[in-house]
Ligand binder design. Sequence first.
Ligand code: ATP
Ligand code: MG
Length: 207
Amino acid sequence: MARGTLITIEGLDGAGKSTLAEALQREMASRGVRAELLREPGGVDLAERIRALVKDPSLTVSPRAEALLYAAARAQLVAERLEPLLEEGAVVLLDRFVDSSLAYQGAGRALGVEQVRAINVFATGLLAPDRTLLLRISPDAGRARQRERALEPDRLERENEEFFEAIACAYDELAREEPGRVRVIDASQPAEQVLADALAAVQDLLV
Ligand SMILES: Nc1ncnc2c1ncn2[C@@H]1O[C@H](COP(=O)(O)OP(=O)(O)OP(=O)(O)O)[C@@H](O)[C@H]1O
Ligand SMILES: [Mg+2]
């Protein structure tokens, strides 16, 4: 059976993931490719409720609980939406996926990338993206963009500099380990150039 295409978008807070995801969806539509746009954690009711829990600054959430909550949200998204869409042959644009947990919980929370990978194998049944666009930006630049967006920082966004430095390093390491899947894009560029680079990086999947 024809299998769809899963493209994930990764990077630090404020890198421009959601901006790129929407622009990619529009650009693909203008080329006659209909793409489903989903975000993590979320995309289905259970996962949206878990999103509210993990982001709530008034809650105490241990690192292991945090990793498991993200994995639980992901398991539901895979079962309820991703697997059926990919079975139908859809193109899916997904704003964050397993790599976010490897970087944020594995490195940022120092749980260990391999431990976090293991619970995500359990959660996703080894569903791997066909391509991952890693929007590379310095933590400072990402933070500055978020400030411009002028929303209250959520529970994770309140973390310190070392937390985001560790995440940035982990993302770079993932890109080195899997250069075929993970394509690094300079997210400090203007949005139009980020979009152009992203299109070039997924071109071969859309023909
Ligand atoms: N290439 C760009 N150049 C300048 N500003 C940008 C660029 N891309 C996005 N922005 C702006 O930066 C802010 C953050 O972008 P966006 O919300 O897309 O980031 P994000 O990676 O989805 O963040 P989060 O992880 O918090 O969801 C927004 O105000 C957006 O308009
Ligand atoms: Mg976003």
